[in-house]
Design a binder for this molecule. Sequence first.
Ligand code: NAD
Ligand code: UDX
Length: 471
Amino acid sequence: MKIKNICCIGAGYVGGPTMAVIAQKCPQVKVTVVDINEHRINAWNNKDLSKLPVYEPGLDKVVEEARGRNLFFSTQVDQAIDEADMIFISVNTPTKTYGKGKGMAADLKYIELCARQIARVATTDKIVVEKSTLPVRTASAIKSILDNTSNDNKVKFQILSNPEFLAEGTAVTDLLNPDRVLIGGDNTTSEGKEAIAALVNIYADWVPKQRILTTNVWSSELSKLTANAFLAQRVSSINSLSELCEKTEADVNEVAKAIGMDSRIGSKFLKASVGFGGSCFQKDILNLVYIAKTYGLEEVADYWEQVIIMNDHQKRRFAHNIISTLFNTVSGKKIAFLGWAFKKDTNDTRESAAIYVADELLSEQSQISVYDPKVNAEQMYTDLDYLNTRSAEETRNGLLVNQDPYEACKDAHAIAILTEWDEFKTYDWQKIYDQMQKPAFLFDGRGILDIPPLEEIGFVCYKIGSSNKNL
Ligand code: NAD
Ligand code: UDX
């Protein structure tokens, strides 16, 4: 079966880049990305490619090549569903904020809405692909909704799970050259096998066949949660040791290098930090914990929950360290933040450690000034307002946003590095030092700066995972 027409519901950080790459690599397939958020769709259609709603290195080029040729962004959801042979569901699946499973379970209301809409609109057979990250066994719920609410009894649906493993900041290269593509489907029936083959064929246009892995639906769904849990666990593991390093004069970067050279451990994802952020890790682990609890597996749930507990501790201890180092009070003191995004090369701020560190410091009446090369002020205020710790007015009085890093750091008592943007390494640190209050403190939450030259300038430095006798 040859797919001619793809629809993707959800034009976010996953739907947008993923479909842009599919369209670029499969010019014979028409790809329509739809969203109910008109503002977002308009941004995807903006002639000025620097205004796309998602910033990812290289994405502008991919969109430029395919948009208007075989890649379209639209709010006409029904029409795109009806025309498509294959429908990707790539909507958000946030942690529930209400009711049963509040604060843990994935909120599947957007997924269910999509399934009901597909069932209502479809007049021809559809392959429905789960691109969103979903709890294991969601495919059976989607299938049940599709089969029981379809307007047309003759329409047949096949459900596939095709989780996305791209990381933000490297989305385009990850999509062009994935470690693997995972496709789960019903491999017990000929229709199921045909659907799996149809999706394999799409990816096979640019991904080597041996990297396209097919499994049953449940393994595929669970593998996505598992992959994120393992990755986050590595960060929490090294972060837990960063605290021990600070007490013992061991250096966490040296420890990471030493253990990472063991090929059984591997060197990636061992960078100590102020804590992991991003829209996925916390949400997916909480979801895993919730699923384990649902099956009565308390030890399994506790085991994975510890990854989150460690991460919360890491963010909090970074903020508390700033307060105690600044002579136990930051009230009225200006603290400059370099970076707000949850990692470099993205404008995404979801669950960024910067939000939580700022929240702690604002509660201590500190004055924060932030510079981030890609995040705007409105986003930062939205992030803090969402925590509901203080009034919108108090937040805006307590946190100012600067377009210029030197201005952000001027007259500051301390600088905190919250994101590992490369440009921070190239700054004129002498100039920054000269314009700061003294002693000039520098807290490197990402371990990106070379500390001895900064100490020579006069900074008093803290680097995550290293001890400093001057502090
Ligand atoms: P996002 O919030 O950026 O985008 C989701 C989009 O879906 C939004 O624009 C929203 O308006 C739209 N939407 C919601 N309901 C809709 C509906 N009924 N009809 C049409 N549009 C609708 O989210 P995201 O970061 O792209 O994540 C999407 C999914 O992919 C999540 O399940 C996430 O866990 C998973 N995922 C994310 C990443 C990542 O790096 N962000 C990586 C892998 C997997
Ligand atoms: C993650 C997964 O990597 C990706 O496969 C999945 O599809 C979505 O979730 P993402 O959240 O975009 O991707 O970025 P990632 O590179 O995994 O970083 C997540 C967080 O961990 C960031 O805050 C990052 O700074 C932090 N991190 C990562 C560390 O602190 N140390 C590390 O060694 C690696």
